[in-house]
Design a binder for this molecule. Structure first.
Ligand code: PXG
Ligand code: PLP
Length: 442
C-alpha cells in the first residue's frame, strides 16, 4: 500500500492494452492507482472525479465497504468451486436476487464473466431454444447498425461498428442489421426521448419479409446504444420491436450491459420503456465492476423448453469455468444489497432532471453540435475537425484528465455516466470543468 503513489512501472511494453492507442499511451501514460466513492487517485497523486463510473460499471461508487468485505471474506472461505455438476450457495442466492429485481417474467439466470460472454450466451440460447422446439430453421440473428455487443465473434457479427468487424473475416453468417435510430438534422438537443422516429422499427418488418420469419431466431438491441455515443430510442420504437418480434415468434434480446442496474433511473431500461424482452443480457454493474461477471436472464418459457429428455442428460451444452464463481457471486450479492440499501437503482430518476439541465447548459459552446441524455447517461457531440475525426474529442479527454475529471470519448462524442451516488455538487464540478475545456478546444 505504502509506495503505490508516484511509482509507475518502468516497462510498459509487455501489456498490449485493450482498445487503446498503445504507442501514444506509453509515451505519456495516464495511470490510476486508487479510488474511493466518486474519485480516482492518479499516480501523480491527483484526485480525479469519475464522470464515467469506470467504464459504465462502478454504479455504487468505488471501493464500497460492503462489497470489499464480501469479496475478502469469500476469497478466504472458499475461493473456487467447480462450475459444472457442482454448486455453491451464493450463485443460487445471486440468481434469486437478480430475478427479484428483474422485469416480471425473466426468471432464470445463466452466469458469465463479461458482457461479451453474456452476448454469446444469449445468442446461443436463442438458437438452441428454437432448435429444441423443432424450429431449427430459425438460424438468423438480427442486430442493428451502431450496435455494440462486445468483442467476441457473435457480438461483433450482430454488432454494427464497422471498425470492430472489418478485420475479422466472415464472422457469423446469417446475420442482418436494422438501421440505427440516430437521425442528425431531426433530433439535435432533444432532452430524453424524442417524439418522432418510432417508425424506424418498421424496418424490422422489411427484414422479416426479406428473409421470412421462419428463418429468424432473434433480434438483439441495446435499449439505449451506449458505446456508439448514447443514442436514445425514439418514443414507441422499442415497443414496436416487441410487437413485431412477438407477432413472428422471434425472440427479443435486450443488451442491458450499460443500461442495467439503475443507469437510466429504473433497475433496467426494460422497466423505463415498459418493454420486457425474452432475454436480457447484463454484466458491468452486476458486481460494481469489482470482479468480472455477467448474467443472462431468460423467461421460464425459454428455460422450460430445454428441460426435457433423460434427467441425467445435460440440457444446454454451454458454460464457463468461472460461471457463478464464488468470489464474483459474493461481490454481486453485496453489490445488489448496496444498491438496495441506498436506493441507487432509482436514484437516476431523482437526479435525472438536474443532470439533464446541467448537460444542456453546454449548448452554444464552441463545436457542440448535439447533446443527449437519459437517466444518468449523457453525451455531448462535437463537430469533428475536418480531415481528423476523433481528434477534437480526444483532446477534450486529455484536457479533462489533466483538469481532474474523467470523461469518455467515442468518435467525436463525449459520453458521461457518473456513479449513481453522484451528488449535485459533483455534477456542477464535472459540467463546469467540461464547459471550460470546451472553450479552449481547437
Ligand atoms: N454489450 C454492451 C451493450 C456493452 O456496452 C458489452 C456488451 C461487452 O461487455 P464487456 O464486459 O465484454 O466489455 C458492452 C461493453 C465505452 C465502453 O466506453 C463500452 C463497453 C466496454 C468498454 C468501453 O463505450 N461496453
Ligand atoms: N481453452 C482450453 C484449453 C480449456 O481447457 C478451457 C476450459 O476448460 C477453455 C479454453 C475455456 O475457458 P473458460 O471456461 O474459462 O472460458
Amino acid at each position: 500500500m505504502s509506495n503505490r503513489l508516484n511509482v509507475a512501472p518502468n516497462d510498459l511494453s509487455a501489456f498490449w492494452m485493450p482498445f487503446t492507442s498503445n504507442r501514444q499511451f506509453k509515451k505519456a501514460p495516464r495511470m490510476l492507482v486508487a479510488a474511493k466513492d466518486m474519485y480516482y487517485t492518479s499516480s501523480d497523486g491527483r484526485q480525479v472525479l469519475d464522470g464515467t463510473a469506470g467504464l459504465w460499471c462502478v454504479n455504487a461508487g468505488h471501493c464500497r465497504p460492503k462489497i470489499v468485505e464480501a469479496i475478502a471474506e469469500q476469497a478466504a472461505e472458499m475461493d473456487y468451486a467447480p462450475a459444472f455438476q457442482m454448486g455453491h450457495p451464493k450463485a443460487f442466492e445471486l440468481a434469486n436476487a437478480l430475478v427479484g429485481i428483474a422485469p416480471e417474467g425473466l426468471n432464470h439466470v445463466l452466469f458469465t464473466n463479461s458482457g461479451s460472454e453474456s452476448v454469446e450466451t444469449a445468442l446461443k440460447v436463442a438458437l438452441a431454444y428454437h432448435r429444441v422446439r423443432g424450429e431449427g430453421a430459425r438460424f438468423r440473428l438480427i442486430g442493428r447498425e451502431r450496435g455494440y455487443h462486445g468483442v467476441n465473434f457473435g457480438g461483433i457479427s450482430v454488432g454494427g461498428i464497422v471498425t470492430n468487424r472489418k478485420m475479422f473475416g466472415t464472422l457469423l453468417t446469417g446475420v442482418d442489421h436494422m438501421p440505427h435510430t440516430h437521425t442528425p438534422g431531426q433530433n439535435q438537443f432533444t432532452r430524453g426521448e424524442r417524439e418522432t422516429g418510432g417508425d424506424l422499427a418498421t424496418e424490422l418488418e422489411r427484414i422479416v419479409t426479406l428473409h421470412d420469419a421462419s428463418t429468424i431466431a432473434a433480434v438483439i438491441v441495446e435499449p439505449v446504444a451506449g458505446s456508439t455515443g448514447v443514442l436514445i430510442p425514439p418514443r414507441g420504437y422499442l415497443q414496436k420491436l416487441r410487437d413485431i418480434t412477438k407477432k413472428h415468434g422471434i425472440l427479443l434480446i435486450f443488451d442491458e450491459v450499460i443500461t442495467g442496474f439503475g443507469r437510466v433511473g429504473t433497475p433496467f431500461a426494460a422497466d423505463y420503456f415498459g418493454v420486457v424482452p425474452d432475454i436480457m443480457v447484463t454484466a458491468k454493474g452486476l458486481t460494481n465492476g469489482t470482479i468480472p461477471m455477467g448474467a443472462v436472464l431468460v423467461t421460464s418459457e425459454i428455460h422450460d423448453a430445454f428441460m426435457q429428455g433423460p434427467e441425467h442428460a445435460i440440457e444446454f451444452m454451454h458454460g464457463y469455468t468461472y460461471s457463478g464463481n464464488p468470489v464474483a457471486s459474493a461481490a454481486g450479492l453485496a453489490t445488489l444489497e448496496t444498491y438496495k440499501d441506498e436506493g441507487l437503482l432509482t436514484r437516476g430518476a431523482e437526479l435525472g432532471k438536474y443532470w439533464e439541465d446541467a448537460l444542456h447548459s453546454l449548448k452554444g459552446l464552441p463545436h457542440v453540435i448535439d447533446i443527449r441524455n437519459l437517466g444518468l447517461i449523457g453525451a455531448v457531440e462535437l463537430e469533428p475537425i475536418a480531415g481528423s475525426p476523433t481528434k477534437r474529442a480526444f483532446s477534450a479527454f486529455i484536457k479533462a484528465f489533466e483538469a481532474g475529471i474523467l470523461i469518455r470519448t467515442t468518435g467525436d462524442i463525449i459520453a458521461m455516466s457518473p456513479p449513481l451516488i453522484v451528488e449535485k455538487s459533483h455534477i456542477d464540478i464535472l459540467i463546469g470543468k467540461l464547459a471550460e475545456i470546451l472553450k479552449t478546444l481547437e
